[in-house]
Ligand binder design. Structure first.
Ligand code: FAD
Length: 479
């Protein structure tokens, strides 16, 4: 009896020694094997760097970032706040020519606040009285052919003409359906417009109207439309992420860095297309320099209008811009081949379709900014690709086109600034989440794998099925 008691005690003592040894082994395993392995599986963080020339452009990424930060962004921010540039004329009601409106808007942030009539600058209301005949065209030193670039400068004018843009679907001269919107009180940001309705628009744009050509495709003209739309799409996504409804209950707005990473930064091509689009639009603004410098920015508020004029001149004559990036994009290289004119016609038709698709956007505020940015892009295309073009002889710009062009440039400039300043933080934060997640998952996997250590497992988890089987002499130690 006494002997069996002491044997029991001895057995229990041995069991405790085993348990203690097992616990010690776990600690050692964690220290020696698990932690270093966990670290090794952590993917290496390689910050996405953009350097060298922006594809098909004549400026490099670093120059664009510096010029934007120090010159363009501050000027554009001031410019879009002036009365001339903040009131945009737009047809807001949905008239989708392709399918019935599916009204997917889910937030109050989706609707647009229209301007009361007394807020709209008087000269804007009297548009037709501002239109000048060809006699009013500015004389360029008596001999315009000799001194100016005839594609645009000979068409310089003092008033605003009523002409339709051949690149866009909306008839800009059709005042009846248009309403004025103050862009400053309708910021582009998250609206809750998402799901099949929004995706359908982007799909219709990419699949039917601007296919992505493979990298080997040599013809740059064919690639342009995709790159421009993709660049604007990146910018839209960045603005959604930069001003996002973080908490509906408390109406808390702020940046959503994960969204920004997942929609744009994760795809270097989308970032590159944003830079390309920025330089393309900047080139259009520079090319229209003489025209823009002499345009009439009258809104009936002399002080503000003088400021608008001055800001435009500062933008167009900036010595740093002229020195560092005088030709952001060289459109003269394009359309040289025999098929050039047909190709241009085809691209113009595709762009008009894209412009028509904006009437199918099922969210008013998204439609407003979609229309503005597509009109801005259409204006840039009109300015850059009008040379020797029978459709565009006698090029003039609508006031609304100029407003759209400058506001688009400002949108792109904001996006580039955001990426430049926040990009590394966005990638670090998102990368942190990803690697923490994967390391965690990895640890759990390794933990369960460690249970494959057979007898050790049964010591720790004696109730496990395989231990039972082992005792019965069947099966293996494999879990
Ligand atoms: C004209 C327009 C304006 C909009 N404006 C707003 C707005 O102001 N506020 C708002 O909250 N929502 C807006 N939306 C909706 C928004 O753009 C998204 O569609 C929505 O948030 C759903 O996003 P998603 O993740 O499904 O991807 P989406 O952005 O809808 O993208 C659809 C698909 O396009 C491809 N894609 C995405 N980005 C790029 C790119 N840069 N280049 C090439 N391909 C790309 C991807 O394959 C992606 O799956 C707008 C939509 C449209 C069509």
């Amino acid at each position: 009896m006494v002997k069996s008691d002491s044997r029991d005690r001895e057995r229990k003592r041995k069991q405790w020694v085993w348990i203690a040894a097992a616990l010690a082994a776990i600690v050692v395993a964690i220290a020696v094997v698990w932690v270093p392995l966990g670290c090794q599986t952590k993917p290496c963080y390689c910050a996405q760097k953009y350097s060298g020339l922006v594809e098909d452009c004549c400026c490099d990424y670093e120059t664009v970032d510096h010029l934007n930060l120090e010159v363009l962004h501050p000027l554009l921010q001031e410019l879009v706040k002036t009365p001339f540039f903040r009131y945009f004329k737009v047809k807001l009601w949905c008239d989708c020519p392709f399918w019935p409106d599916d009204g997917m808007c889910s937030l109050r942030d989706c609707s647009v606040c229209e301007c009361p009539q007394n807020e709209v600058p008087e000269p804007f209301k009297k548009q037709s009285s501002n239109t000048l005949s060809s006699d009013d065209l500015l004389c360029q030193d008596g001999n315009p052919q000799a001194v100016v670039d005839r594609t645009i400068d000979t068409k310089a004018f003092r008033g605003w003409a009523e002409v339709d843009n051949p690149w866009t679907y909306d008839n800009e001269t059709d005042d009846g359906d248009m309403t004025y919107v103050d862009l400053q009180v309708n910021p582009e940001r998250y609206t809750g417009y998402t799901g099949p309705s929004a995706r359908r628009i982007w799909e219709a744009i990419y699949q039917e109207n601007c296919p992505k050509y493979p990298d080997e495709e040599a013809c740059p003209e064919k690639k342009i439309l995709y790159k421009l739309i993709s660049g604007v799409h990146s910018s839209v996504s960045i603005h959604i992420a930069a001003d996002y409804l973080l908490d509906d209950a408390t109406n808390l707005w702020g940046p959503n860095l994960t969204l920004m990473y997942n929609r744009v930064l994760k795809y270097p091509e989308r970032v590159k297309n944003l830079y390309f689009t920025f330089l393309f639009v900047l080139r259009a603004v520079i090319k229209a320099k003489d025209y823009l410098e002499q345009a009439d920015y009258n809104t009936g508020k002399p002080e503000e209008d003088i400021k608008t004029n001055s800001l435009i001149k500062q933008l167009l004559n900036n010595p740093r811009l002229q020195a560092a990036c005088p030709l952001p994009f060289d459109e003269a290289k394009l359309w040289k081949s025999q098929s050039g004119p047909q190709l241009k016609d085809q691209i113009r038709k595709q762009f008009r379709n894209i412009s028509a698709l904006m009437d199918c956007v099922g969210c008013e505020k998204c439609r407003l900014w979609g229309k503005l940015q597509i009109l801005g892009l259409g204006t840039a295309l009109k300015i850059l690709f009008s040379d020797n073009d029978s459709h565009d002889i006698g090029l003039t710009l609508q006031r609304n086109e100029v407003i759209a062009l400058i506001n688009l440039l400002n949108r792109l400039s904001e996006s580039i600034k955001f990426i430049h300043e926040m990009g590394p933080a966005v990638e670090a934060v998102t990368h942190g989440q990803i690697s923490a997640g994967s390391a965690e998952a990895c640890r759990w996997k390794r933990f369960w794998s460690s249970l494959r250590l057979g007898r050790f497992t049964c010591l720790m988890v004696p109730w496990h099925r395989s231990c039972h089987q082992q005792k019965q002499g069947v099966g293996s130690w494999e879990l």
